[in-house]
Design a protein around this ligand. Structure first.
Ligand code: ZN
Length: 468
């Protein structure tokens, strides 16, 4: 059994654990050293460090201070890794902690984070998903279960000072183009809630003042949110500091290609079993500026699903030019509307779906607004029709769609369908809020660019991944 390098205690605040940090900075001290070829286990908090509870209220999603995230385990140093090398990370296995077999999804309030469909779902909501081996189901979205593919949403190495300065400059410059935007275009350093690992004194003050927030993915990796980055995956990280300084967290039980609700995966605490190695001078040798991800040789098979199309015409009938954002939103809305015909509230439908974007071919196709959402209807057991008629059994929704959160704050009971518990303490029967996996992360155009470009980058890495 591999040794556990970083342990967490879910009953304690991550701020009390010095093997955790929530900023990127070269001066965050390495918490543990390993050698090339070593394998070990790293435990991680969920991205909010336990702030979101397994209960019936979405107040925590509404009220969370988003400057505290993401809580990461690390940094881990690999002996011999020098700037210019590649750090090779084999993700041998990943799983849930036995004492925490559940995850959550949240729609963020328009006033606090928002999301991809935030104008349609402006209120905070959440859904809790119980984990049972490969499968998950939710008391907040009755009649649905699906197989998950656990993966880290966030994994990366520490930047050097030059790279950090570059990030801070370009992001602050970007914020300055529209400083009053809500939500802001980017998340600047914020010292008050910084968790700097074991850094103390002046070093800690510097890390807190300069440390990059963990929201966007950058050259070092970070918040990549690649839903297929599961057991058997391999990642090649550029090394910017001595030892690499590898950190990870933000585990997802399942996620669509679009984290449409912002907190758009099923977020969970858990563990990763990884192995590390080094390729000397690998950055120059392979021309690598950003990490390369090689997904698992085993992929889920989903062969029974529907595709919803969105076109580049918005809700108000206005035509847009090559606007994949608009098109994807329409695909989401079309799928949500369809699911409401089977007894689901819009929020539940949103939570079920938020899934998978399929870029079916290449950029040119996006002209036709080729953003699709896919979900699987389990025809054999009656699927959605079965749910509508209140029969027992589940509608299998494929992980390709990723189930995303749902409302905890007052679910509407729809005619004659399955039983939906009325939840206490939340806002009245309103459904709303969201996040777009990407919208989620898209706190600005820069993020949208990241989203749009990502599949193309992935195509370059692996043709098999062209459907992401
Ligand atoms: Zn996450």
């Amino acid at each position: 059994m591999a040794k556990t390098l970083i342990e967490i205690d879910l009953s304690q605040s991550p701020y009390k654990n010095e093997a955790i940090h929530n900023r990127w900075h070269p001066d965050i001290p390495i918490i543990a050293w390993v050698k090339p070829g070593d394998d070990f286990i790293v435990q991680t908090y969920d991205w909010t460090g336990g702030f979101i509870k397994n209960d019936e209220s979405a107040d925590d999603v509404r009220d969370i201070d988003l400057t505290i995230v993401h809580f990461l385990s690390g940094p881990i140093g690999v002996t011999g890794a020098e700037p210019g090398d590649l750090l090779v990370v084999d993700l041998l296995d990943v799983g849930a902690l036995p004492e925490s077999l559940w995850g959550f999804n949240g729609f963020f309030s328009k006033q606090n984070g928002g999301g991809f469909l935030t104008d349609h779902f402006p209120l905070a909501q959440k859904s809790i998903w119980d984990i049972s081996g490969l499968y998950t189901h939710s008391r907040h979205v009755p009649g649905v279960r699906f197989a998950g593919l656990i993966h880290p949403g966030l994994i990366g190495c520490l930047p050097d000072q030059k790279l950090l300065d570059t990030w801070n400059k370009r992001e602050l410059d970007f914020i300055a183009t529209n400083p009053n935007r809500v939500p802001p275009l980017a998340a600047p350093p914020f010292g008050a809630t910084a968790h700097c690992g074991t850094a103390k004194g002046d070093v800690r003050a510097k890390v807190a003042a300069e440390g990059a927030r963990t929201v966007p993915p950058r050259e070092h990796g970070g918040n990549c949110d690649i839903k297929d980055l599961s057991r058997g995956s391999k990642i090649y990280f550029p090394v910017y500091v001595k030892g690499g300084g590898l950190s990870m967290g933000d585990l997802h039980f399942s996620q669509g290609d679009g984290e449409i609700t912002f907190c758009g995966a099923i977020e969970m605490a858990g563990w990763l079993h990884i192995k590390v190695d080094i390729i000397k001078d690998g950055m120059a040798k392979y021309g690598i500026k950003n990490p390369i991800f090689k997904p698992s040789p085993i992929t889920p098979t989903y062969n029974n699903y529907l595709i919803f199309e969105g076109i580049s015409v918005d809700e108000w009938g206005k035509q847009h030019y090559l606007d994949v954002h608009v098109a994807y939103r329409q695909a989401c809305l079309n799928a949500i509307e369809y699911l409401t015909k089977f007894g689901y509230s819009k929020a539940q439908a949103y939570a079920i779906l938020l899934g998978r974007r399929r870029y079916s071919q290449c950029l040119r196709d996006l002209v036709a607004a080729d953003r699709h959402l896919r979900f699987r209807c389990h025809a054999e057991c009656g699927g959605a029709d079965q749910a509508r008629h209140g029969r027992s059994g589940h509608t299998d929704v494929s992980g390709q769609i990723t189930a995303i959160g749902v409302a905890s704050a007052g679910l509407r009971r729809r005619s004659g369908s399955f039983h939906i518990e009325h939840l206490k303490g939340g806002p009245p029967c309103r459904f709303t809020s969201t996040c777009a996996t990407t919208a989620a992360r898209s706190r600005g155009r820069e993020r949208w660019r990241n989203m749009i470009c990502r599949p193309i980058v992935r195509n370059a890495v692996s043709a098999r991944h062209a459907s992401c």
